[in-house]
Design a protein around this ligand. Structure first.
Ligand SMILES: Nc1ncnc2c1ncn2[C@@H]1O[C@H](COP(=O)(O)OP(=O)(O)OP(=O)(O)O)[C@@H](O)[C@H]1O
Length: 757
């Protein structure tokens, strides 16, 4: 232990040194002022780079080094959160990043297949002090007598992690990743990988570690395209938000569905059945019809004047123009030009007929100008008339009525606030009752189910031409500035690099030179505005992410998948979920139903089978509910049993159950999970029963409070040391997939479960 402490201390010394260096460089960059635009851009770039570096170095403080591998021959390898190299010696690794290929046996080696490793050691620390060492000898003869269970790597460390008190924040599992999880984490970048697993099998943990692994292994590709993680709600995202930083990854976007449409944060609420209607693919046709409905024909002819001559836009002219615009194959906002052109053609014809016809045609002195003669006007005159008509207020007003410029927001706001517009758009996709359910007041907040519709509307409408032009200018500026930025910043990085990189092919060395990667530095923009790739991705509706990870994926509607597929044109995705936990009426009943339309059968399914959260006793009870959802389903195998059977009782005893739980809670967390309709009332009872404890409740409950009162739906993806499920029958009957919600509620406990009817 003493020897390990020595090594660990020396690693922390190196970490301190790296931080001090980054701090000095950062303050140097911050204190320099003025200079040419080039110098300013270099400064901005290095400030961004060193700030990020410092954040990463601070995040890996806890558990910096957690493992050691003793190969059959050669020096031991230490495994940790980042790679640290001996810059004074010959660049030997002092600590291997857990994601480096050489670290892999730490997760995969078994006595049966030791992968050249003699011994695996888990180093457990508190702060910077080593407190325990767990050794596994990966030698069949030596292992024969040991109590290690088949298939578990680092059992002691694993059990200590799964038994630890929960804190309201998800922790990383980097020290104890199991082989079946490791294979998913390190799967190839390309293609759609679906990870199906029961409750507590580590799907969320695996998804996040995969993000960190992919960013490390494919830094070049992914740093310029960014990785997106989609989770079910803001509370869940807060719950998982510390995991990636603790793995030294800061550039990943964590979004809910409601964040998918730039400029809109959709957090409004609506009945589930309404959201379910909005989530159906039939809405694509409804939106198309709603747009077509905005391409109107005048009920009365519209009069416009040209040089005091009366012209008319009548139904026939508007219909001809509309046909031409529709047949152009362009999207609405782009086809407006065609419509305008066609309308003006018609008006020019009228004008020419009036102005261009000789009024004295009957005059015998009129010569060639008899009625019906060709135009008197030349091309230049016609062009003048066109220009005049195009600028005419009356014509513009008519255009705005007959073919308005539409933003997605305007289209949807107008549609949902108008029973007439909805009736016109519903086609065969919506029943009368569904149509009526969609109506809402004009100022209603955007809901998560609106976000995919806004995106779909944006696709079908196309950008407003003036906004598109502005975006192009901006993109060109960024492109030009990126080049000088990247070059300048590379200069800085090269100048300050303390090692001389000779062998670019050495993978270990490349990891360090990632910091010098031009593509990463090219993220920085000119004009003092530092925008990371993630920030740029967040602003750009058409951003194509390098990789998309979806958690609780079973809950997403077909419309939501449609948007996500657009954000991932390369179809590089990791999707994790559990069909048996689908609670949302818009959610999925099978994975092939979700993916076949997009990637036919070219998606891969991986399964996780071990439950690290719920003790066997609790899972046995939850298994009875699972059997009602799908008699063929097997519940995941619990990694441990606690000997404590779930308690079943009456809701009348809530107060005494709660005080008993509070007494056992230690530093852990307790949740009361109930039907949504009973949450507020129960929260009052919980407060009364536990007056000295903070009780979290509401839309975005603070999960770090010792006690939370949640609906079953809200508890999805979360976990607590102790759970009291109140009114299970109420949960089951509250919604069409209520039995799935009950299954979720029963599988949230890491230690104790009480069910009160
Ligand atoms: N290899 C591991 N080592 C230690 N803890 C683990 C491991 N795998 C999973 N866990 C823990 O098990 C718990 C459940 O993991 P996670 O929330 O990722 O499961 P899940 O499959 O997403 O569950 P659910 O579907 O119920 O939301 C977490 O506390 C996680 O840290």
């Amino acid at each position: 232990m003493e020897a390990e402490q020595k090594h660990v201390t020396s690693l922390y010394d190196r970490l301190d040194g790296m931080r001090a260096l980054a701090e000095t460089r950062l303050s140097g960059a911050l204190s320099s002022t003025g200079g040419t635009p080039q110098a300013r851009s270099q400064r901005e770039s290095s400030v961004g780079m060193y700030t990020e570096q410092l954040a990463q170095l601070s995040a890996v403080e806890s558990g910096l080094c957690f493992g050691r591998l003793d190969p059959e021959s050669g020096a031991p390898l230490y495994i940790g959160r980042i790679g640290i190299f001996d810059e004074e010696g010959d660049y030997e690794p002092l600590l291997l990043d857990w994601r480096a290929p050489a670290s892999r046996p730490f997760y995969l080696a078994t006595a049966a297949d030791p992968l050249g490793i003699r011994r695996r050691r888990h180093i457990r620390s508190k702060g910077r002090t080593v407190v325990a060492l767990d050794d596994e000898v990966l030698d069949l003869a030596a292992a024969a007598g040991s109590a290690t269970r088949e298939g578990l790597a680092g059992e002691a460390a694993l059990l200590s992690a799964v038994d630890a008190n929960r804190t309201g924040r998800m922790r990383d599992i980097v020290e104890t990743i199991q082989a079946e999880q490791d294979r998913i984490i390190r799967a190839d970048l390309g293609g759609v990988l679906v990870v199906q697993g029961g409750p507590g099998t580590g799907k969320t943990a695996v998804a996040l570690h995969r993000a960190a692994y992919l960013l490390y292994t494919h830094r070049r590709e992914l740093s310029t395209r960014a990785v997106l993680v989609v989770g079910p709600n803001p509370t869940f995202l807060r719950y998982i938000s510390h995991v990636l930083p603790s793995l030294a990854e800061t550039g990943v976007l964590l979004w809910t569905l409601g964040d998918l449409f730039p400029g809109v944060t959709a957090r409004g609420e609506e009945p589930e059945r309404v959201a379910a209607v909005k989530g159906r693919l039939g809405m694509v046709d409804v939106l198309a019809a709603a747009i077509a409905d905005r391409q109107e024909l005048p009920t009365e002819p519209i009069a416009v004047e040209l040089d005091r001559e009366p012209l008319t836009i009548d139904r026939e002219l508007a219909a001809t123009a509309r046909d031409r615009a529709r047949r152009s194959g362009k999207v609405h906002n782009q086809a407006r030009d065609v419509f305008q052109e066609a309308l003006i053609d018609g008006l020019v014809e009228q004008a020419a007929a009036i102005i261009g016809t000789d009024p004295y045609a009957d005059d015998p002195l009129g010569g060639d100008d008899a009625p019906g003669d060709p135009q008197l006007m030349g091309a230049a005159d016609l062009a003048d008339i066109r220009a005049e008509l195009a600028a005419d207020d009356g014509v513009r007003a008519a255009l705005d009525t007959l073919w308005p410029r539409l933003t997605p927001q305007r289209l949807l706001r107008d549609l949902f606030s108008s029973p007439e517009r909805l009736a016109a758009a519903r086609g065969e996709s919506l029943t009368l009752a569904e149509t009526a359910a969609l109506v809402r007041p004009a100022g209603s907040p955007w809901t998560p189910a609106d976000a995919p519709l806004l995106d779909e509307a944006a696709e079908q409408l196309g950008p407003l031409p003036e906004l598109e032009a502005a975006a192009k200018t901006m993109a060109e500026r960024v492109r030009r500035s990126e080049l000088s930025y990247a070059e300048g910043a590379l200069e800085i990085a090269r100048g300050s690099a303390s090692i001389d990189v000779e062998d670019e092919d050495d993978p270990e060395l490349l990891l360090v030179t990632d910091l010098l990667d031009a593509s990463r530095l090219a993220e920085r923009q000119e004009d003092g505005e530092y925008l990371s790739v993630a920030e740029r991705a967040a602003r750009d509706r058409k951003w194509a992410f390098g990789h998309v990870i979806v958690d609780e994926a079973q809950e997403l509607s077909p419309m939501a998948w449609r948007v996500l597929m657009r954000r991932s044109p390369s179809r590089s995705m990791t999707v994790v979920g559990d069909i048996a936990q689908t609670g949302d009426p818009a959610g999925a009943a099978s994975w092939s139903e979700v993916f076949d339309p997009y990637v036919t059968d070219r998606w891969k399914l991986a399964e996780l089978s071990v439950n690290y959260r719920t003790p066997a006793e609790v899972m046995a009870l939850a298994g009875e509910v699972l059997a009602r959802i799908d008699p063929a389903a097997t519940p995941p195998r619990s990694v441990r049993s606690t000997g404590q059977q779930p308690v079943q009782g009456s809701l009348d005893d809530l107060a005494s159950v709660l005080s008993g739980e509070a007494a056992m809670l230690g530093g852990g967390r307790l949740a009361v999970i109930a039907p949504a309709a009973r949450v507020a009332g129960l929260a009052d009872e919980v407060r009364a029963a536990l007056p000295s404890l903070a009780v979290a409740v509401g839309d975005e409950p603070d999960l770090e409070s010792p006690v939370a009162v949640l609906s079953a739906r809200q508890s999805k993806g979360l976990e607590f040391d102790a759970v009291v499920v109140a009114d299970p029958d109420g949960i089951e009957t509250e919604s069409p997939r209520g039995v799935n919600d009950l299954y979720v509620a029963l599988t949230r406990a890491t230690q104790r479960l009480t069910v009160l009817k």
